[in-house]
Design a protein around this ligand. Sequence first.
Ligand code: HEC
Ligand code: HEC
Length: 134
Amino acid sequence: MSDRPLILAGLTLFVGLVTTPIWHGALDRKAALTAPPIQLPAQEKQCVAPASYMRSSHMQLLEHWRDEAARDGRRQFVAFNGKIYDKNPTRTCVTQCHTDRKEFCERCHDYAGVSDPDCWNCHNDSQRTSRSAP
Ligand code: HEC
Ligand code: HEC
């Protein structure tokens, strides 16, 4: 009787175990790609900055907008493509494009475990009324 089948089985198990970090990493990346579907604006194809930048840095961008507009009175944003926008979360972000904040902002924040920012306590998100901030 030959030991071959046994040796082959042992080798297969060994290779499987040794390469665990590689295929496990690939599976993880696949899981990371299955983020929740977010509702993109129907009428616009381009945000105020490229999507990859918005994905990683929209929080800094919004906070810069707030500081520059409210503290320095610089209220216009010249985008990378030359378009000019108001640095205003209600008019520019929510009214014009992301009209369903729940299906866009909140869905991703929930998924990422980020508590929804407090901006809408004051700024009108067009789903509620009687807000005072612009
Ligand atoms: C594709 C996912 C995604 C979408 C869509 C998204 N966000 Fe975020 N947002 C995040 C993540 C992740 C963080 C946390 C980043 C961190 O903590 O470094 C965050 C953080 C923020 C913060 C900072 C919160 C804090 O407490 O400091 C603000 C403000 C914010 N988002 C606003 C918005 C608004 C407004 C929208 C919708 C117009 C939106 N986000 C849509 C993923 C998203
Ligand atoms: C406590 C209430 C309050 C909260 C919370 C708040 N804001 Fe504001 N925000 C205001 C008020 C009031 C103004 C108007 C100030 C001015 O124009 O002098 C303003 C102005 C702004 C402006 C400038 C708008 C314009 O047209 O000039 C931006 C941008 C802004 N806020 C972003 C944010 C973001 C982003 C958040 C959340 C991270 C946030 N704000 C949270 C009250 C608030």
